[in-house]
Write a protein that binds this ligand. Structure first.
Ligand code: WT7
Length: 656
């Protein structure tokens, strides 16, 4: 089978940044020149200027044992010092680090001085509990300031955190605690979600209790609990400690230690769509360099004046890099919001932007498409004029969703950056620098300065402009994963075996290079369809569907077909305003023809199913595998990683 992915959509709209924006932009064309002239020296410069090193490094990259990279290996630093104390020492202790908003309306402003104080106290508590360099601490918390303090206190001690998303079950928590061998768990009684308290502590109790059931002693010795939800909790004397008892009572004097650049910083489990979750391992100096740098140049961060808001949960890598590490390392002020976008009303996000004067919004396409579904009337009720930059991350953003984002949220004036990266890459790999290039709706466009990527065929050869293929990284990068926790062979097999002779990292995504050499992501290679011998990308057909004014969201799969091998099956969510006025049958027929007109008969869906929901993982990614089961009339497979497990039975019923 060829890896050439056929190119179907042709998007020609271009948006140049405003002069005023260009004049103040942090990212400049010179960065690309410097990086091209000497890639390693470029990263060494960034590491030296953006971070504080207690012991300067002399070697930039050690690639003597690929694919196990070492960046800045003989340097020493403390990640938490870089994110907190250094700003206080520079006289910015009174700057607000977090503008926190609880879902229930609670508010807290936390300054850099306060955050530093809290982290020092918690570091002392953890030390008293026996946590030392290299130990693992699991964090299972709602989006509250203590969650960030917990991550940084662990980092301050040179220990390793494993944040487990608060929406995961006791089972998922248990397997992650066991795999990492965590000694301490930091959690909360509960947090607010969808208007009520969602309990966390009971899941921790359950996760830990099962060891006893099996007669085994788990690795966890202590559980620290923040009181947030106010819900009743069970207590295990000797093991459980209230945060409010131990943290305020601890000393706020804590002398940090400097750790080697390659000291592990965190493990983050990524489930993918199949198989046992992989514990992606990240280390300190290289990760923090690329995180800090990309946050500056791609988010155009002006720490003194911006109000930054990355909406991701700290349970995902986006929350690690662009909520905890990068904004704090840069000394920025950011919004942190505990709850869901539609609680207690569908305008909550826009209300928060108006209230805090958010300048920079970094969100996922799935959120944007859900706002499209409910309509522009809601955001239009708020003053969003403080926004000066919008970002997108996590999935391809369809051109029409991009246009909606720009028009309705950005008031037609803000640049949009579409940023491609992965849990494994640690930080952004592809994004426009917003003051440097024109933007193209639907394209992530260019590698970040210092990042080397290519789109290649099955043999690893460059496909050339105008063609589609496989996205690879051709050179090691500072924030790259250093391995899979406890499983070096799986690390090599999963990412490096496919192009072993070239030494390329294979990300699993399809991509296309346009006539300018800009990158367009085409979706996961596993999802690519083969219709009559043509390899079609899910992204392009979905984008064509979203380009119809009736459509808010679409997912496309290849379903077995006797004549064409596979046929296109589309699952479509219609905007609320259209549903009332049109028949389902009429809409389905219209959309079949529409795709045919937009991109050609080959892509015309055999089936269009109008549905109310799509199956998504808890991080918002569509699980096409399950839709394929429905389209092929099979029993639906494992749905345990879905955010809402009932969605598939609703879809199956609707399709029948
Ligand atoms: C996968 C990684 C990026 C951090 C959050 C998700 C998809 C991510 C984009 C984008 C098209 C994207 C890819 C990638 N993806 N960003 N801008 N355009 N696709 O991290 O959960 O590890 O997922 O998300 O398929 O491989 P993740």
């Amino acid at each position: 089978m060829s890896t050439q992915i056929d190119h179907l959509l042709n998007e020609t709209r271009r948006f140049a940044p405003k002069k005023k924006f260009v004049a103040q932009a942090v990212g400049t064309p010179e960065l690309f020149e410097e990086a091209a002239a000497d890639r390693l020296e470029f990263w060494a410069n960034q590491a030296r200027t953006l971070l504080h090193w207690d012991k300067p490094f002399t070697q930039t990259l050690d690639w003597s044992n690929p694919p196990f990279a070492k960046w800045f290996a003989d340097g020493e630093l403390n990640v938490a010092y870089n994110c907190l104390d250094r700003h206080v020492e520079a006289g910015n202790g009174e700057r607000v680090a977090l503008l926190w908003e609880g879902e229930n309306g609670d508010e807290r402003r936390v300054t850099y001085a306060e955050m530093t104080d809290e982290v020092k106290r918690l570091a002392n508590v953890l030390t008293d509990l026996g946590i030392v360099q290299g130990d693992r601490v699991a964090i299972y918390m709602p989006m509250i300031p203590e969650a960030i303090a917990a991550m940084l206190a662990v980092a301050r001690l040179g220990a390793i955190h494993s944040v487990v998303f608060g929406g995961f079950s006791a089972d998922s928590l248990r397997s992650r605690i066991d795999d990492a061998g965590a000694k301490v768990v930091i959690t909360a009684d509960g947090g607010y979600r969808k208007g009520k308290v969602s309990a966390l502590k009971p899941a921790v109790d359950l996760a830990l209790a099962d060891h006893n059931g099996m007669g085994e002693q788990g690795t966890v010795e202590h559980v620290i609990v923040v009181k947030r939800g106010g819900n009743e909790v069970e207590w295990t004397e000797g093991r459980d400690l209230w945060w409010h008892d131990v943290v305020p009572a601890a000393s706020n004097v804590h002398q940090y230690e400097a750790f080697p650049s390659e000291n592990p910083l965190f493990i983050l489990y990524t489930s993918g769509t199949t198989g046992k979750p992989k514990g992606i391992l990240h280390t300190s100096g290289g990760y923090l360099t690329q995180a800090t740098f990309t946050n500056r140049v791609a988010h155009d961060l002006h720490p003194e004046t911006d109000v930054f808001w990355c909406t991701a949960d700290i349970g995902w890598v986006t929350g690690h890099t662009y909520v905890t590490y990068a904004p704090l390392s840069n000394g920025a002020t950011q919004v942190m919001y505990e709850g869901t976008p539609d609680t207690p009303h569908p305008g909550r996000w826009w209300d928060i932007i108006q209230k805090y004067g958010v300048t920079t919004l970094y969100a996922a396409p799935t959120a944007i498409r859900s706002f499209m579904k409910t309509g522009r009337k809601i955001p239009k009720q708020y003053d969003l004029s403080s926004l000066r930059l919008l970002g997108s991350v996590g999935e391809p953003i369809n051109p029409e969703a991009w246009m909606w984002y720009r028009k309705v949220i950005g008031g037609k004036k803000t640049p949009i950056i579409d940023t491609w990266w992965q849990t494994e890459t640690g930080a952004m790999m592809i994004s426009v620098l917003p003051g440097v290039a024109e933007t193209k709706p639907g394209s992530a466009q260019v590698p970040i300065p210092g990042i080397s990527l290519d789109v290649v065929d099955e043999q690893g050869e460059h496909v050339g402009n105008g063609n589609g293929g496989l996205l690879v990284s051709t050179e090691p990068w500072p924030a790259m994963l250093r391995g899979i926790w406890g499983d070096p062979d799986r690390f090599v097999e999963t990412y490096w075996e496919k192009f072993a002779d070239k030494g390329y990292y294979f990300a699993g995504d399809g991509a296309r290079l346009d006539e300018d050499g800009d990158v367009w992501l085409l979706g996961r290679v596993d999802d690519v369809m083969n219709v009559s011998g043509h390899r079609l990308s899910t992204t392009e057909i979905e984008s064509a569907l979203v380009a119809n004014e009736a459509v808010a969201e679409a997912a496309v799969v290849g379903a077995a077909d006797e004549t064409t091998g596979q046929a296109v099956a589309a699952f479509v969510i219609i905007k609320e305003s259209y549903l009332a006025e049109h028949s389902i049958e009429g809409l389905a027929q219209e959309l079949r023809l529409w795709v045919g007109e937009q991109i050609g008969p080959i892509a015309r869906p055999r089936d269009v199913y109008i549905v109310e929901e799509l199956p998504k993982t808890r991080s918002g990614k569509i699980m096409r595998r399950l839709l394929k089961d429905v389209a092929e009339g099979r029993e639906v497979g494992d749905t345990t990683t879905l955010a809402d497990t009932s969605v598939m039975s609703v879809i199956s019923a609707q399709v029948r």
